[in-house]
Design a protein around this ligand. Structure first.
Ligand SMILES: NC(=O)c1ccc[n+]([C@@H]2O[C@H](COP(=O)([O-])OP(=O)(O)OC[C@H]3O[C@@H](n4cnc5c(N)ncnc54)[C@H](OP(=O)(O)O)[C@@H]3O)[C@@H](O)[C@H]2O)c1
Length: 329
């Protein structure tokens, strides 16, 4: 697969694998052996960039905790030097309808040790602050990141759901390699950050690049199993399917033109837009993991990307999940 460079020197495959769904967010966790097997198969297919987080956890049928980082660590241990592993700190828990964030230096220190252990590695290639903690200054977080780099525990760092002011302040203390923000054909708000990313030479790792699966055209239901976060996502309501009909038709038309799938077009559109965008679609299924990887081979001209943008601007679209709010302490 083609590679691209995030920040100054972090080489990753043009598409990464989002591993969250194996343990978190989409109902019951996948059986651990199967998850390990599928992540390993993704490596064999050509993926070299894997995304996880400290907070991605579920409960196994025997009641034990299913740590996503452990699964990733197990799958990739013997090929560790050939892959880029990204993980995240800074979300302590999901509470009520919000996230409890904690990026105090002491918590980061504890988190990094836990992640290294679960990932069964001596360093993390890309360590993200998962959400901004309003009670900790960006300079404080960046200083800890510089210390962790000096100690060899991490090699690069990033910020998830970063805004311009925070990114600039953090980057002034310790070079930021990538932001990991929500970005898809249905959620383009962060295009406003493009000039800043270019000025500072920071990559954009796009999470939920398929709008949590809606843009694949493969999901038609509004009710999902217990614990599946899609039950509360506005793009999966019955009315939303109606409202997004034209959008899906547009996507299918472009897909037909490229002899591709809507999922592949959703990914190819962003890869062809900017050389520093790297989507990390998540899937638990090998056929889909393979389907998504092939998007890296689809070429679109600048004009075609612009035409798609214009069509997306004009087409009716439902609301799309915008993330769980950070609760004030
Ligand atoms: N930084 C953050 O705050 C944050 C937040 C959310 C996610 N993430 C990261 O981003 C990754 C991806 O995000 P996401 O899971 O939210 O959304 P996504 O990648 O937009 O969508 C994932 C959903 O699409 C389905 N899917 C994927 N490829 C498909 C295909 N080719 N055909 C049909 N269905 C397909 C998956 O189902 P199956 O699994 O059933 O195939 C899953 O339900 C996560 O794994 C995680 O690593 C980060």
């Amino acid at each position: 697969m083609d590679t691209r460079t995030l920040g100054n020197d972090l080489e990753v495959t043009a598409i990464g694998l989002g591993c969250m769904g194996f343990s978190h967010g989409y109902g019951k966790p996948t059986d651990v052996d199967e998850a390990v097997k599928n992540i390993r198969a993704a490596f064999e297919m050509g993926y070299r960039f894997f995304d996880t987080a400290e907070i991605y956890q579920g409960t196994n049928p025997d009641g034990s905790i299913n740590y996503n980082e452990s699964i990733v660590g197990q799958a990739l241990h013997d090929v560790r030097d050939q892959v880029v592993i990204a993980t995240k700190f800074g979300i302590a828990a999901h509470e009520g309808n919000g996230l409890k964030v904690d990026s105090s230096p002491e918590t980061i220190r504890r988190s990094v040790e836990g992640s290294l252990k679960r990932l069964n590695t001596d360093h993390i290639d890309l360590y993200y602050q998962h959400r901004i903690d309003p009670s900790v200054e960006p300079e404080t977080v960046a200083k800890v990141m510089q210390e962790l780099i000096n100690e060899g525990k991490i090699t690069h760092w990033g910020i998830s759901e970063a805004n311009e002011d925070y990114l600039r302040r953090a980057n002034a203390v310790c070079k930021v390699t990538a932001v990991q923000n929500r970005y898809s054909m249905m959620y383009r708000d962060y295009e406003k950050l493009f000039p800043v990313l270019e000025e500072l030479n920071v990559g954009l790792v796009a999470f939920s690049p398929l709008a949590n699966g809606l843009l694949t055209g493969q999901i038609h239901q509004s009710k999902f199993s217990e614990g599946d976060l899609r039950n509360k996502m506005p793009q999966f309501s019955e009315q939303a399917y109606q409202k997004n009909r034209e959008l899906m038709e547009l996507l299918t038309k472009i897909a037909d033109r490229h002899a591709a799938t809507p999922a592949q077009i959703s990914l190819a559109w962003m890869i062809n837009k900017k050389p520093y965008i790297v989507p990390i679609p998540g899937s638990r299924h090998l056929n889909r993991i393979k389907d998504n990887l092939a998007a890296a081979d689809i070429k679109m001209s600048k004009e075609e990307v612009q035409q798609i943008d214009a069509a997306l601007d004009a087409v009716p679209m439902s609301d799309v999940f915008g993330g769980t709010k950070v609760e004030k302490k």
